[in-house]
Design a protein around this ligand. Structure first.
Ligand SMILES: Nc1nc2c(c(=O)[nH]1)N[C@H]1C(S)=C(S)[C@@H](COP(=O)(O)OP(=O)(O)OC[C@H]3O[C@@H](n4cnc5c(N)ncnc54)[C@H](O)[C@@H]3O)O[C@H]1N2
Ligand code: MOO
Length: 390
């Protein structure tokens, strides 16, 4: 059995960043910027008022001074003339500062009488002007790779970027396997259960920015698994679930190899997740996950997530860990790195008692996985351990 670290580095060797494609701005949210992008304009493109008030020449801002109002500058409708001594222009937030002005007196500090204003006695000392290019200048760039969030989308829009180069989303074929499985909503037979982790993994892959394709459930027969691999052959990544262990009906590894899978590894010193396998299969990478629902989901967090990030051009790094204090004592760990369902709250990390890899309800209550290194000794309340938020 190899370590989690070794398995991850072998997985990274199996995948490469995908090509870039252009998408319209509206579709760029959640995608990874593939190449740096440059602003096409200055923002603001002109010195702009930050307040509603009156634009004047700053040196004339003295208490009691009077100005005659000669026009208006509104957002989208600037004032085309020049403002001379003793003159002002009514101005609104976002409007261009007229020529001859460099300060806005907010309307609360002005008394207006007809077309004359008088500056009040409590003037602030701020210009209330946003200089041209204060936000960004033409040519300023957003570096890549970068996972584009809502703030980035707003910035790209302001930069007048209508099409965004992003990394293609990896197509991930998910193959649930097992005669005992039926789809949610179907009526299971007496010996059957509902396929669950296939849906959990599809959701995880959605969240990672991949394009999951949930294939029909494959039976525990060679022809059914062969058909499933055929259906999956044009994917970037093929993920099987179940049939990975040593039972008589665990055929996934054998069929994959008969179909030309070049196996990189099988079995990891990890709990849950021991019977994980991976390799190249034609143009795709194949990852065979264990069937136990929690094992598959934990492998999704620990292996699929970093692999997808590498394919999206976000670099090759394990899933980030944090440190936190234990809320209670725990016993020693065994010979496999243990990813334990736990809850991190104000009193520290509480590791759940029940860790059977069939228990999805315990996974749903967890907000992190507490990582116990191989042969980690017993720990006491307050000790620092590593956790992975999930
Ligand atoms: N003699 C041994 N038995 C087992 C070993 C071992 O080392 N020696 N390893 C155990 C470990 S650890 C795991 S993990 C499981 C993994 O087995 P498989 O990958 O072959 O998975 P299955 O046998 O097909 O299924 C296990 C379990 O999970 C349920 N399952 C499978 N797919 C789904 C799905 N899509 N949705 C929901 N549930 C699913 C399945 O019904 C089984 O209950 O092997 C141990 N055995
Ligand atoms: O590795 Mo199994 O995944 O412990 O349940």
């Amino acid at each position: 059995m190899i370590t989690v670290e070794e398995a991850l580095s072998q997985l990274f060797a199996l995948v490469s960043p995908l090509d870039a494609e252009n998408v319209v701005l509206r579709d760029a949210h959640g995608r990874v910027l593939a190449t740096p992008i440059q602003a096409r304009r200055d923002q603001p493109p002109f010195p702009a008022s930050a307040m509603d008030g009156y634009a004047i020449a700053g040196q004339d801002a003295t208490v009691g001074r009077q100005f005659s109002v000669i026009g208006e500058s509104a957002a989208g409708h600037g004032f085309s003339g020049t403002v001379g001594p003793g003159q002002t222009v009514r101005i609104f937030t976002g409007a261009p500062m007229p020529a001859g002005t460099d300060r806005v007196i907010i309307q609360e500090d002005v008394i207006r009488d007809g077309d004359t204003i008088t500056l009040g006695d409590r003037l602030d000392d701020k210009p209330h002007v946003r200089p041209a290019g204060a936000d960004f200048r033409i040519g300023d760039s957003i570096s890549a790779p970068r996972l584009l969030g809502p703030s980035d989308i707003a910035l790209l829009a302001a930069m007048n970027i209508a099409e965004v180069p992003v990394t293609r989303r990896p197509v991930v074929a998910i193959i649930p396997t097992g005669d005992e499985l039926v789809q949610p909503g179907e009526t299971p037979g007496d010996d059957q259960i509902i396929a669950s982790n296939s849906y959990g993994l599809a959701a995880l892959l959605d969240r990672l920015g991949a394009q999951p394709r949930l294939l029909p459930i494959a039976h525990d027969t060679i022809p059914s698994l062969e058909l499933a691999f055929e259906l999956a052959s044009d994917a970037d990544l093929i993920v099987t679930i179940g049939g990975a262990s040593v039972g008589d009906h665990d055929l996934v590894g054998d069929v994959a190899q008969a179909q030309g899978m070049d196996r990189a590894f099988y079995k990891i010193a990890m709990r849950p997740g021991k019977p994980l396998m991976a390799g190249r299969m034609g143009t795709a990478t194949m990852i065979g996950l264990p069937g136990n629902p929690v094992s598959a989901m934990v492998c999704g967090h620990i292996f699929l997530a970093p692999v997808i990030r590498k394919m999206l051009g976000q670099g090759a790094a394990p899933v980030p860990r944090q440190t936190a204090a234990l809320a209670h004592n725990i016993g020693a760990n065994g010979p496999r790195e243990h990813y334990m369902r736990a809850h991190f709250g104000p009193d520290g990390v509480r590791i759940f008692d029940r860790q059977d890899s069939a228990l999805l309800s315990v996974l749903a209550d967890a907000n992190c996985l507490a990582v116990r290194p191989i042969s980690d000794p017993a720990r006491t309340k307050g000790d620092t351990i590593e956790i992975i938020p999930i």
